[in-house]
Design a protein around this ligand. Structure first.
Ligand SMILES: Nc1ncnc2c1ncn2[C@@H]1O[C@H](COP(=O)(O)OP(=O)(O)OP(=O)(O)O)[C@@H](O)[C@H]1O
Ligand SMILES: [Mg+2]
Length: 237
């Protein structure tokens, strides 16, 4: 198995947030993780990347049990993660951000590598632009490009389409698809809009109130009555 978890249970502040969650990310595939607001999607990412410690369950990377490894050690082993809000360094330009990312990798990555990562993520801005001046999509591209310098095996993306317009979402899909098809990365992609995932995911898991309520192809989960109930409960027809 490339990357996955099983039996994950998590409680925060005395509340059960995740119950018995299992998932598997395969190389060269996009696994969509969907669910209404508050379903536990981001909390699951926190467990997978090592910022939260689960009460129970295992996280596995290439047959290694990484459940108790710290965030930075998982990152070094190839677990990369993007965040719901595209936060960029407050005082660095695009070029300086790349430089910091290059130097954080041993052996150091070259400027040529950074140029490759910028092309891969369609980041077409002058490198002397302050990172905070970038719009939402360019911020996401910059952070993704920096992660690509690390040669990740699995990429956990938390709502990468949030704040983007439709044309940008189409471009994002192309970028992600390329990472998966050409570099064999396994992507887990959080999105709370089912219809956006249908366009890009190979397989989907639906979370509601901290539990997996459906799993299958995007079409399977679209047609699943439990999923409709979770999304549209209380909404008058
Ligand atoms: N640090 C925390 N302490 C206590 N409760 C938390 C904490 N973080 C998240 N929660 C709760 O856990 C539940 C799941 O939150 P989470 O952010 O994982 O959901 P989500 O599916 O990512 O939602 P969204 O689509 O809004 O991003 C929510 O009820 C939230 O209030
Ligand atoms: Mg979230």
């Amino acid at each position: 198995m490339l990357f996955g978890c099983e039996g994950i249970c998590l409680s925060l502040g005395g509340r059960q947030i995740l119950s018995d969650i299992a998932l598997e990310a395969k190389p060269g595939e996009i696994l969509g993780l969907v669910g209404p607001n508050g379903a536990g999607k981001t909390s699951l990412f926190e467990v997978l990347c090592g910022r939260y410690t689960a009460d129970q369950g295992q996280v596995t990377l290439e047959d290694h049990d990484i459940t108790t490894l710290a965030f930075h050690r998982r990152a070094r082993m190839g677990v990369a993660r993007t965040y719901q809000s595209p936060v960029v360094p407050a005082s660095l330009t695009v070029g300086e951000t790349f430089r910091a990312a290059r130097k954080s990798h041993k052996p150091y990555r070259s400027r040529h590598d950074a140029e490759w990562a910028a092309r891969l993520t369609h980041l077409r801005v002058p490198w002397d632009t302050p990172a905070t001046v970038l719009g939402a999509f360019d911020r996401r591209k910059l952070m993704l490009a920096c992660l690509m310098l690390r040669g990740p095996k699995v990429l956990l993306m938390d709502e990468p389409a949030s704040g983007l317009i439709n044309a940008e979402i189409d471009e994002l899909d192309l970028i992600i698809r390329r990472l998966v098809d050409e570099y064999g990365i396994g992507v887990v992609l959080i999105e709370h809009r089912l219809e956006l995932l249908a366009a890009v995911a190979d397989h989907c898991i639906v979370l509601d109130l901290g539990e997996v309520i459906a799993s299958g192809t995007p079409r399977d989960v679209f047609d699943n009555p439990r999923v409709h109930e979770a999304y549209f409960e209380g909404v008058d027809a």
